[in-house]
Write a protein that binds this ligand. Structure first.
Ligand SMILES: *Cc1c(COP(=O)(O)O)cnc(C)c1O
Length: 370
């Protein structure tokens, strides 16, 4: 019997998205225009309690420009996790500031408050924690550190549209928050990013930086980028906004199904959720034996046609691009996570039969001691 491959991630693009793009193409206004303005307002209402939001051409641009708008630059230090996508530290390094890598706590894979405290110096200006896999970071503890030390919090919410912490939406916590709209994220605009700002001055600076430093045409106030979102992309994003809540609900249901079936498998540690946290399962990430992780992944793919992902196999501070910032650093929880994590499919397109296949495959492979 031939079984279909179950991919680790699957962007969902429907007829409404195609119609919206066609509408924009027919309008003749394709670059940043009215669709972007509407998308910013609707995104802000939907996710961040109306906080002013600025659309850009990628999540990475959002972090980079957000940091520049906050005045981060050469001589400054910003505390970041090493266990994340490289865009987090890249955006700090691109401002000329130094990314300072610290460890994660083992339960939710987010920044460890004790490690943050130990890394603070006279140069530290901010903390850039990631709501990794869609689970919010430890909000009160990190806020307390920021307040005590006069630091700003910048949220990397690339993976966490719709997540919340004790009633507070992700994206309403920091000085600014970046959401990515890349195709594999919980919602997409094709490529794109949204930055939710705590104040209108930050929002204004972001708008300047995204458009050559101009608010009024040809009256350039500062040196800026072209990091604009197009109306084509915004039109896709606006349609996806209507679907994201149902998709997040489906991700949570899928995660609950996987956890119910896998929690008692001794070889696996299923994801934990902090009390009061809403996890939106950008990834459903288990831990397995480090020595067997890669062969488990291969067996799932080759024997059971089940895709999976490793996010992230190499801690950022050991990447050739970033290692110069921390040549001798050893982060034990980061190393352990990088060797053990395996993300199983959890996306909204999975059927009950798919979930059963994933559970059976994972159980069989780990028990066989792949
Ligand atoms: C995807 C991602 C980014 C970057 O977003 P892009 O839209 O791909 O530029 C940054 N941080 C994290 C944690 C991400 O997952």
């Amino acid at each position: 019997m031939v079984t279909d491959f179950i991919p680790a991630a699957k962007p969902i693009i429907g007829a409404e998205e195609r119609l919206a793009v066609d509408r924009v193409l027919q309008s003749g206004i394709i670059a940043q225009g009215p669709e972007v303005a509407s998308f910013e307002k609707e995104f802000a209402e939907h996710f961040v309690c109306g906080r002013e939001s600025v659309a850009v051409n990628s999540g990475t641009s959002g972090l980079h420009l957000g940091l520049l708008a906050a005045g981060i630059g050469p001589g400054d230090e910003v505390i970041v996790p090493s266990f994340t996508f490289a865009a987090t530290a890249n955006s700090v390094a691109l401002t000329g500031a130094t990314p300072v890598f610290v460890d994660i706590e083992p339960d939710y894979f987010t920044l460890d408050p004790a490690s943050i405290r130990a890394a603070i110096t006279g140069q530290t200006r901010g903390i850039l924690p990631v709501h990794l896999y869609g689970h919010p970071f430890l909000v009160e503890e990190i806020e307390a550190i920021a307040t005590e030390n006069g630091l700003l919090i910048f949220e990397d919410a690339a993976q966490a549209h719709g997540a919340s912490w004790r009633g507070r939406n992700v994206g309403t916590i920091g000085h600014f928050a970046m959401f990515s709209l890349y195709p594999t994220k919980n919602m997409t605009s094709g490529e794109g990013g949204m930055v939710a700002c705590s104040d209108s001055e930050t929002a204004r600076k972001l708008r300047l930086l995204r458009n050559q430093g101009m608010e009024t045409q040809y009256s350039n106030e500062l040196i800026g980028f072209n990091a604009r979102m197009t109306d084509i992309h915004a039109a896709i994003g606006r349609v996806q906004l209507n679907k994201i809540d149902a998709w997040n609900t489906k991700r949570k249901e899928n995660a609950d199904t996987l956890t119910a079936a896998l929690a008692d498998v001794a070889e696996i540690t299923v994801p934990k959720v902090a009390s009061g946290a809403v996890h939106v399962y950008h990834q459903y990430t288990i831990r397995v034996d480090a020595d067997e992780r890669d062969s488990i992944q291969r067996a799932l793919r080759d024997e059971y046609q089940v895709g999976s992902g490793v996010y992230y196999p190499i801690p950022n501070h050991r990447l050739p691009s970033l290692s110069r910032f921390a040549p001798d650093l050893y982060l034990p929880q980061t190393e352990r996570a990088a060797s053990q994590v395996l993300s199983l499919p959890v996306h909204p397109s999975l059927t009950a039969a798919d979930l059963e296949r994933i559970v059976n495959a994972v159980t069989a492979v780990v028990r066989a001691g792949a």
